[in-house]
Ligand binder design. Sequence first.
Ligand SMILES: [Cu+2]
Length: 140
Amino acid sequence: MLKKMLFAAALVAVATPALAESPFPAGTEVYFIAPANGATVTSPVHVVFGLRGAGVAPAGVEKPKTGRHHLLIDVVTPTGEDLQYALPADDNFKHFGGGQTETMIELAPGIHTLQMMLGDAGHIPHDPPVVSEVITVTVK
Ligand SMILES: [Cu+2]
């Protein structure tokens, strides 16, 4: 009986929508070229995206080994089920679907966290997700 239940559970797992399969070689990573972690900055903040092991293509363009940058501002890193869906688009989730590799963002004075995450052509994180470390900046 237990065996049958486990088999059923395995079937459900297979039927669950999968994350976008990672098209990237192992070691692919995103990182901040700027600002530096712990930096004190003025708004608008110049953010430069670094990417190793993959390329950047505009949203909607299916091209092997490419992704689009997303900037996560003051949010907890999405995990688990959240990674199965397109990232939200709001003040905390900025999309760079044009294939941009840098931006200027307005941030209120105070302490903010920034994190980068790649998304596929449909804004869905890859499996495993390609995320940068979370950095902290202080806006004067
Ligand atoms: Cu996006």
